[in-house]
Design a protein around this ligand. Structure first.
Ligand SMILES: NC(=O)c1ccc[n+]([C@@H]2O[C@H](COP(=O)([O-])OP(=O)(O)OC[C@H]3O[C@@H](n4cnc5c(N)ncnc54)[C@H](OP(=O)(O)O)[C@@H]3O)[C@@H](O)[C@H]2O)c1
Length: 255
């Protein structure tokens, strides 16, 4: 066995949503360093171009394609451009998410509910469906959905966001069961509190940070690049017998 070869992504094509910053950006760099051609996506073309340029300057292969995961048309464009550019899709990382509200669930109106579900659940499902025929054709594929510890047990004031992240876990298991016989694997990563723009309301709140980190076996907030190794494992042949798995990366928060 050649373990380095198992983690090698040479010849593979990966699409990552929400990859202009934070956790997604770290994963995009990791996949490119492991040899994959990487399609960096988020809503803003300028932001994804910046990350793609950095990857290319460091000797990797990447391009940036803007797509809002709440829009099926834009996701289709993302897939079409990827196929036109690289001719295949082997890895999808459904990482983009939204949470426009922080507070009691009673304050979540219908529009906000629909937005959260569209971006966090429907978009990942549609993107996986669009990629599936290409993965099936090669008899191999890896879908990685980025959920949250809130998807395992609801976090205070993150009610419908937590619901969406639970749905994403369930969706991953459904896909894993149905698409496994075609060689397509699906797994979930549930990060704990990671220092990114998304979670700023939490990590900039000292009482919350104190409470969380005091109780954590690894008593600190995580960094985005601490998610990249797990994603690389799940994207690569190193995890060839893993599907339907739910992997926490949370400093031990859920123990
Ligand atoms: N940070 C944490 O503590 C934490 C904990 C648990 C789970 N997570 C999960 O980890 C994932 C990444 O979060 P992060 O913390 O890395 O956030 P981040 O640093 O704020 O990055 C979010 C990324 O998503 C993009 N994005 C936002 N809305 C989008 C949309 N509708 N369509 C496409 N792209 C969109 C953003 O770029 P644009 O603005 O250019 O679109 C950006 O690239 C999310 O699924 C989040 O739920 C994070």
């Amino acid at each position: 066995m050649d373990i380095k070869k198992k983690f090698d992504l040479s010849g593979k094509v990966a699409i990552l949503t929400g990859a202009s910053k934070g956790i997604g950006e770290s994963m995009a760099h990791a996949f490119a360093q492991a040899g994959a051609s990487v399609v960096v996506s988020s809503r803003k073309q300028e932001a994804v171009d910046e990350v793609a340029t950095q990857i290319n300057e460091q000797g990797g292969t990447a391009n940036g394609v803007a797509a809002n995961t709440g829009s099926i048309e834009e996701l289709q464009k993302l897939v079409d451009i990827t196929i036109d550019t690289y001719g295949a899709i082997d890895i999808i990382v459904n990482n983009a998410a939204t949470n426009p509200v922080f507070g009691p669930v009673i304050n979540t109106n219908e529009d906000v509910f629909d937005k959260i579900m569209n971006v966090n659940v429907k978009g990942p499902f549609e993107l996986a469906k669009m990629a599936f025929p290409y993965m099936k054709k090669r008899g191999v594929g890896s879908i990685i959905n980025i959920s949250s510890i809130g998807g395992l047990s609801p976090e205070p004031f993150l009610g419908i966001y937590s619901v969406s992240k639970s749905a994403l876990i369930s969706l991953t298991k459904v896909i894993a069961k149905e698409w496994g016989p075609m060689g397509v694997r699906a797994n979930v990563i549930c990060p704990g509190l990671i220092k990114t723009k998304f979670s700023q309301a939490l990590w900039s709140n000292e009482p919350i940070v104190d409470k969380m980190t005091k109780e954590l076996p690894l008593p600190r907030i995580g960094q985005p690049d601490e998610m990249a190794g797990l994603a690389l494992f799940l994207a690569s042949d190193a995890s060839s017998y893993c599907t339907g798995g739910v992997y926490t990366a949370d400093g031990g928060y859920t123990i």
